[in-house]
Every structure is written in structure tokens, then in C-alpha cells.
Design a protein around this ligand. Structure first.
Ligand SMILES: CSCC[C@H](NC=O)C(=O)O
Ligand SMILES: [Zn+2]
Ligand SMILES: [Zn+2]
Length: 426
């Protein structure tokens, strides 16, 4: 068993060492690695290219009854860039610290761990002689970190996906610093907003109203008041992180950079700021839009705004106007099955949550397919997109056992007949 686990860890390190960071991810290397793993498990494997240069690996473990709705285990192969010199260990070395057992690498939490844990769980299930009743698919998709438009979005909207008859999707979640795993049934929706102010340029020594800078600063003050009010709800424990609207200023642009420290006596005629806004599916989108038009970028203050550039202004509602979320009540058996499977493997669970950022799960939920966000990392600090991202090797191994339990429960799930259902109700 000791030898098994050291092989499991080496395979994880091997995947982590493939540099799939934007803006130049080594997608083919990752795809080849996954395909070779799939081969060792005798899974059917296909490399799809919805967009040239962006391979998506689709694996299939055929069930005994392939006519039943299938299971889809999704993960993305890309990772965000790392500032190498700010890390204690190089981000693509996958260094295993002997004293702690921590494995340092970009992607160790987000989310190469999950992708390989699915495969290792299947390896264990196969070794135990288990055969799935339902077909289990795995996708290793590109481009999640830049929006998923050339990856999961194209795949979810393909005829191929339709033909797969997917009943449930599992995708990424977040680590938990406590012993409780976290489950996500929905996610916030991104709105990327740019506001722009204009005003009369003038001498830097002159005090006058309506400069671009002054106009923009008034907006920023208003945005910050809103931000603080939302954040206070979280700090007071009234709302969870995913239940409020977050707004963060992500860029400021004004003045001519070469002027800095050289000639600083010009008040610019234009100034702009960018904000990353995230709305929970239950938010009032119309009222936020009104707030943007009336308070954050009012025409009366010579301001304009752009919302939904970069394709980031997804709707929080489905076609019938209902918020996009996966049911967690009795209408969705996959939810209870997942909770039970985790508990059966001795995992503890926190309250169901709304994912604070965006994942590829939204493309499946938009189609009405239930999707649950879960990354089995308890007792782990949240280091996604941060320096020194790591995952402890024992936590990684434990996650494999958790997936073994989940995949077994999902792949062998038989829906109760109408008869049995009415009997349980009695
Ligand atoms: C909004 S599209 C980019 C998706 C990205 N996902 C993970 O961080 C995110 O910013 O949430
Ligand atoms: Zn991710
Ligand atoms: Zn990410």
C-alpha cells in the first residue's frame, strides 16, 4: 500500500509539473498525459478540439446499462500564472516538503488534484472488481481560467454532449480550513464593469469642478460604500460569502504614464476604472444595473460605462426567468447521494454553499443539468490563485477514497420505481 501511494503521489506531481499556465498553456502535453493515464485504465479516450490548439480530453468508462443517464466528472487542465520569484518553491516543480507532506505547485488546489483523483478512484474501483451500471464520463477541459468559452461552453452546447445523456456533473469546489468539506449548488455570476469619466483638462494648479478625476472619484466612493455594506453582512455572519454582491476595483487608468514624476501639472481629460462584480443567482440584477447607471456612472457627471464586454455579463436567470441553481432538496437525488457517499467515507460536511467565483459548472446548469461543485480538501488553507499554493499528500490521498465512495454510489444508482417512492412517502 505504501508503494501504491508513492506511485499515486508521483503521478500527481507529474501532472503538476506540466506548465499549463496562461497565457501559453502546454495543453497538448497535459492532454497526452491524461490520455496515457486513461490507457492504463482501459478507458475510451478522445481528444476533441472545438477550437484549434485547445484540446479537450473526453474519457468514458462504459456502464452495464448505458441507456441510463450518465455521470460526468469535469476538471480543467489550465492554471493561472504564478509569480515564480515570490514562491518558496518553484510553482511547476511540485516539491514535496518531507516534514509536512505538503506538495507545492500551481494547480495543486485548482484543480489538477481533482482531475487525477477521479482517475485514481477509478483505478481503485477497478482493482476491487467494481463495474459501473451507469456510464461514467470524464472531461479534462481547457480555458476555464479565462472563461471557458473555448472549452466547457462549446462542449456543453455540442451535439456530442447531448448524446451523452448526462444526469449529473461534478466540478470544482473550494478547500476548507476546517475539517468540513464544502459543497456548492450554485455560483455567483460575473459582471465585469468599466466606468469612464470625462472632464475638461486643465492646469494641475487649478481648482475647478467636473474634472475627469473628480468625477471618477465620486463614483469610486459610491462603489466603495456599496462594497462595505455587502462585506459587513458577511463579517457580521448574516450572509455567506457567496450570498452577497461583491465588487472589487481591479484597474485604474488615467493620465499619461511618462508624465509621472516628470511633468505632473496636467489634469487629464479622461479617467477610467474597472470592477469585477459577482452576483448571487438570487440577486436583483435590474436594481444593480440601475445603480450602475444612476450612481456609479451617471451621464449627469459626464460618465459612461461598459458592462458585458469580454463576454462577462452572464445572466443569473435561466430561460424561464428562474435563478440558475442545482436543487438540493428531494427533487434531486444526486445531492443526497453525494452527501451520503462522503459521509460513508468518513467525510464531514458543512452547509451547502454558493460558489463565490465562477466555474465551468455554470454551462451545465444553464442547460438544466444538475452540477455540484466539490473539491475534497479539508484542513487546507484556501490558496487558489495565490503564491505557494499547496495540497498535503495525505489530504490528496483521502480525497481519492472520498471519490471512490462517490463514484461507486453514483455509478450504481438505481432510481426507485414509482411504487417504492410512494411506499417511502407513507
Ligand atoms: C468569469 S470567467 C473567469 C472564470 C474564473 N474562474 C476561476 O477563477 C473566475 O474569475 O471566476
Ligand atoms: Zn478552477
Ligand atoms: Zn482558478
Amino acid at each position: 500500500a505504501e508503494k501504491d501511494s508513492s506511485l499515486i503521489i508521483s503521478r500527481f506531481q507529474e501532472y503538476l509539473r506540466i506548465n499549463t499556465a496562461h497565457p501559453n498553456p502546454s495543453y497538448y502535453e497535459a492532454a497526452d498525459f491524461i490520455a496515457s493515464q486513461a490507457k492504463s485504465l482501459s478507458l475510451d479516450s478522445q481528444i476533441l478540439e472545438f477550437v484549434k490548439g485547445k484540446p479537450l480530453v473526453l474519457l468514458k468508462w462504459t456502464g452495464k446499462n448505458p441507456s441510463l443517464p450518465s455521470i460526468l466528472l469535469n476538471s480543467h487542465t489550465d492554471v493561472v500564472p504564478a509569480e515564480h520569484h515570490k514562491w518558496d518553491h518553484p510553482p511547476f516543480k511540485a516539491h514535496l516538503e518531507p516534514s509536512s507532506g505538503n506538495i507545492y505547485a500551481r494547480g495543486s488546489q485548482d484543480m489538477k488534484c481533482v482531475g487525477l483523483q477521479y482517475l485514481e478512484a477509478i483505478r481503485k474501483l477497478q482493482a476491487s472488481g467494481f463495474r459501473p451500471l451507469r456510464t461514467v464520463y470524464l472531461t479534462f477541459v481547457p480555458d476555464e481560467e479565462i472563461g471557458g468559452h473555448d472549452g466547457a461552453e462549446k462542449f456543453a452546447n455540442s451535439d456530442l454532449f447531448k448524446s451523452m445523456n448526462v444526469g449529473i456533473v461534478l466540478d470544482e469546489g473550494l478547500p476548507s480550513p476546517t475539517e468540513n468539506y464544502r459543497l456548492f449548488y450554485a455560483e455567483r455570476c460575473p459582471w465585469w464593469l468599466v466606468i469612464k469619466a470625462t472632464g475638461a483638462p486643465g492646469h494641475g494648479a487649478k481648482l475647478y469642478d467636473n474634472t475627469a478625476m473628480e468625477n471618477l472619484l465620486k463614483s469610486i466612493e459610491s462603489v466603495r460604500r456599496f462594497r462595505a455594506a455587502q462585506f459587513d453582512l458577511v463579517k457580521a455572519g448574516i450572509k455567506a460569502e457567496g450570498e452577497v454582491i461583491s465588487v472589487n476595483m481591479v484597474f485604474l487608468k488615467a493620465g499619461t504614464p511618462p508624465l509621472r514624476g516628470f511633468v505632473m501639472n496636467l489634469q487629464p481629460s479622461e479617467a477610467e476604472a474597472g470592477f469585477d462584480i459577482r452576483l448571487p443567482p438570487t440577486a436583483d440584477a435590474e436594481s444593480l444595473e440601475r445603480r450602475i447607471a444612476e450612481e456609479w456612472a451617471p451621464a449627469t457627471r459626464n460618465m459612461t460605462f461598459e458592462l458585458g464586454q469580454f463576454k462577462q455579463r452572464a445572466s443569473i436567470y435561466d430561460k424561464s426567468g428562474k435563478p440558475i441553481l442545482t436543487a438540493i432538496d428531494g427533487s434531486n437525488s444526486w445531492w443526497a447521494l453525494l452527501e451520503d457517499a462522503i459521509k460513508n467515507a468518513n467525510g464531514k460536511l458543512g452547509k451547502p454553499e454558493i460558489f463565490p467565483a465562477s466555474t465551468d459548472a455554470r454551462y451545465f446548469r444553464e442547460l438544466g443539468v444538475p452540477a455540484i461543485g466539490f473539491s475534497p480538501m479539508a484542513n487546507t488553507p484556501i490558496l487558489l490563485h495565490d503564491h505557494n499554493e499547496f495540497l498535503n499528500k495525505d489530504e490528496y490521498l483521502r480525497g481519492i477514497d472520498i471519490y471512490e465512495s462517490i463514484i461507486k454510489a453514483y455509478a450504481s444508482y438505481v432510481e426507485p420505481t414509482k411504487d417504492e417512492e410512494s411506499r417511502t412517502e407513507l
